[in-house]
Ligand binder design. Structure first.
Ligand code: FUB
Length: 383
């Protein structure tokens, strides 16, 4: 529904753009002085931005931002020692123009948030890891995750190395909120971005990762990094997210990363051309009633979708949408159980009036229906 709304909004915006351009042209004819003081292009952009902000402000979100003193995104939630910890990206205004590779997401540190109860006070524990303390890092600290093993806490984070290639790093702490100490190099064999570490009920840990476009997964088709974007043809299976079992030290992979297969209702792999359902980024896994739920963002179609399987490696069969598109281009989530209820953690850009690179994390209850499917969530009441 929101997609429809945004299509309508886009039409309105285009219509408004047209009107403004006509009115700018009219102004040009008036006096020479006016042509000099009013830059039509700036005026057009300003008017569109104001209209967009008005449309964003008119939405009625189902949840408020968890914190408003900083911009946060990509929330990965875990319960450690009865406390809910959220590991988000830390958005800020780096002043970098927007492009399809996500250069405008130029984050440089992580903060950890925590809550003792839903609706209770949210604590920001300050800087948990700074890019300047990661010896191998170049730029862009993207969506992180965390795990606990034997009383140690591990922060996993994607960042471009000094060759400008996304890798996944690990950093260790004695406390869930850090500060974390980064390893000297990235996890050997890691590539691309958006790590999510799932601890299975038998105590085995797996990392899911990968993301196309700015996440570079399309540059690893040969198993080596190739500085060229190559996607399978539209009728071929889409690029697959990856899984690797974690080593006992939690700082290495215990195996070569493997492909995760997402199948349609006929058991056929979802194809590249099926961008309403194919994997884009933001992998997450949770287990419910002994089934594995693999959820992810469809990226350029802006949904959080999910698929169900019988083991951590899949294959997973596509089921539907968990979260419809939100304000801002990206959609990225996590799912966790806290005090007997399930929650969806997500972000949108309402706090910044719709700026894609300035997001805020939120949470809302998530419902598994009796048949095991998940109730679709719309993040806005009036849509
Ligand atoms: O926050 C930067 C990137 O945007 C994340 O890694 C993606 O999942 C998208 O949310």
């Amino acid at each position: 529904m929101l997609k429809t709304l945004f299509s309508k909004q886009l039409l309105i915006l285009l219509a408004v753009t047209g009107l403004i351009m006509v009115s700018c042209k009219t102004e040009k004819k008036e006096t020479k002085e006016e042509v000099e003081v009013v830059d039509p292009e700036t005026k057009t952009k300003d008017s569109i931005a104001a209209l967009y902000k008005k449309l964003v402000d008119s939405l009625q979100p189902i949840s408020d931002p968890l914190v408003t003193h900083i911009y946060t995104a990509d929330p990965s939630a875990h319960v450690f020692n009865d406390t809910l910890y959220i590991y988000p990206s830390h958005d800020w205004e780096a002043g970098i123009p927007q492009d399809d590779l996500g250069s405008h997401f130029d984050m440089k540190d992580y903060h950890v948030l925590s809550l003792d109860s839903v609706g209770g006070e949210v604590t920001d524990h300050g800087v948990a890891l700074d890019i300047k303390d990661v010896p191998w890092a170049g730029r862009q600290m993207w969506a992180p995750d965390a795990a606990e093993k034997d009383g140690k806490y591990y922060l996993y984070f994607p960042v471009k190395d000094t060759l400008d290639i996304f890798r996944i790093g690990a950093a260790v702490s004695d406390h869930p909120a850090g500060p974390f100490k980064a390893e000297d190099s990235y996890i050997e064999g890691s590539f691309s971005m958006d790590p999510a570490v799932y601890k299975d009920t038998d105590g085995t840990y797996y990392m899911y990762f990968g993301g196309i476009w700015g996440g570079h997964l399309q540059r690893w088709a040969t198993g080596e990094y190739v500085n060229e974007d190559k996607y399978p043809a539209d009728d071929q299976p889409a690029l697959a997210p990856k899984i690797a079992k974690m080593g006992d030290d939690m700082l290495s992979f215990a195996e070569e990363p493997k492909d995760i297969l997402i199948l349609d209702e006929e058991g056929k792999p979802i194809t590249t051309g099926d961008n309403q359902r194919r994997f884009f980024e933001a992998a997450w896994v949770h287990k419910y009633n002994n089934k594995y739920y693999f959820s992810y963002s469809t990226g350029d179609t802006h949904n959080i979708a999910y698929a169900i399987g019988d083991n951590p490696y899949g294959p997973f069969t596509y089921q539907g949408i968990i979260l419809e598109p939100v304000v801002g281009w990206t959609n990225h989530h996590s799912i966790a159980e806290f005090n007997g209820k399930w929650y969806l953690f997500y972000h949108d850009s309402t706090l910044s009036g719709g700026q894609t690179h300035l997001r805020n994390v939120k949470m809302t209850e998530l419902t598994h229906k009796e048949d095991g499917t998940i109730e679709t969530i719309n993040a806005y009441k009036n849509q």
